[in-house]
Design a protein around this ligand. Sequence first.
Ligand SMILES: [Zn+2]
Length: 509
Amino acid sequence: MNPSFPIPEPKVVWNHFFDLVAVPRPSKNEGAAIDHIEQWAKKLGFVAKRDSVNNLCVHVPASKATSAEPVILQCHVDIVSVTEDGNPFGADASAGKIPLERGEVDPKREKRLIPNANGDWINSPYTTLGADNGIGVAMMMALAEKQERSVPLELLFTVDEEAGMTGAIGMNPSQLGLTGKRLVNIDTEDDDEITIGSAGGRDVEVQWNGRWEKLSQSDAPSKWSIVKLKLDGLKGGHSGVEINQGRANANRLVARILNAIQSKSEIRLMDWQGGSRRNAIPDKSVVRFAIATDAVEQAQQTAKAMVESLDRLYSQRDNPIQLHIEVSECSLDAEALSSSDSAAWIRVAQGIPTGICEMTPELPVLVEASCNMAIIELATNKGGRIICSVRGTTPEALSDVSDSIVAIAGLANATTTVADGYPGWKPHLDSPLLQAAVKSYEKLFGETPKVHAIHAGLECGLLVEKLPGLHAISLGPTIKGNHAVGERVCISSVAKSYRYVEAILESLS
Ligand SMILES: [Zn+2]
């Protein structure tokens, strides 16, 4: 595909990228893109091997005989395809119809660039651009085409990173013929950063079949009211990378309020719905419960006072917390959870670890373990469940948090399901690959790169587990706003990253 603006340098990278833009490659549908890369490899006489989940490895020999061990370069071929409805160009990222713009960032509307043939950014105004991770694919293809190749390369193209990492999970190293012990992943989105660690994750689900009964079946009181209590307006955010930003969890705040009310008067839960996605900090939670009519006033005061004090605690970091309370009359025929089950359910929601559980001793800015009490569902006359997304850098940290949830649920006779999840990638600050990468950066750019780890899942965690003894780092050019319409990639940063990977490979020869 030929864009309407001048092709930036290095042209060899950008030409591959523009060709790739026109190839449909949404997650779980990467066949066309894998075929495209395989045909390119065959044309150049490189051996290309697929595994049973459709990952591809292209084996590129060094240009001269060398005893240097191969280096694995890796990125994912799938993209998050998002397209704006009713766009004027028939754009459709999932079909590879991605209109391109080059220009400078419009400070008012980052989704649209101010057109400029020499501008430093490329985006697609109506769709995701697919630079995450198309630009990595293009860089790898360009590196393989260099006349001088100081080390053998194993170009590993994985599928489905964005929608479950099933490519990395199912990767079969022997089918792919992988032998390298050093891996450079090109999926970090800031050109002055090297990523050296990520968190593992697993879901823990607490299920519970409580005893439902008519309010008339309970001994006291004789007059009940229904209170509907809703918290919203919270900031939410990503349950991994934003867990350290002190963002309130709506499910936990509702649990705290209920626990406080319950310490003064009996509560009978009727339904509860909070949160919607496992990897999002819940920004809203709604509960309905029955309470003695003469205790309603005190319950409302307790809720208001708690929200006021919590809002002060979180006000620097959150939007103001909104509390909505509706009170209605309640017949004695109404069904509610039994008194003891209601109390137990509230205690479980109050007791489950929430937010940061532990920091990493070697890297005190890095969260070691966390839990997001992501979803609470309780429907009248049915069972309920609480879904927690647990993250940890090490298997021990992951187990500690998930075991705590299982233990707390056990105290209330609830059952739990612990999913397998995916492993973390523990940072190794003394890795020779990292040292070589830092040295190359300092030599090329005269400053030290930022070396960091993130509290979210990356493919590297799975690859390190599949290839014992593997040293890995992740880097890449600056991409902003990925996974959304207007995603953009910085042209000068692509040139910088490309030179940088060239220099790292040179130093490893
Ligand atoms: Zn990516």
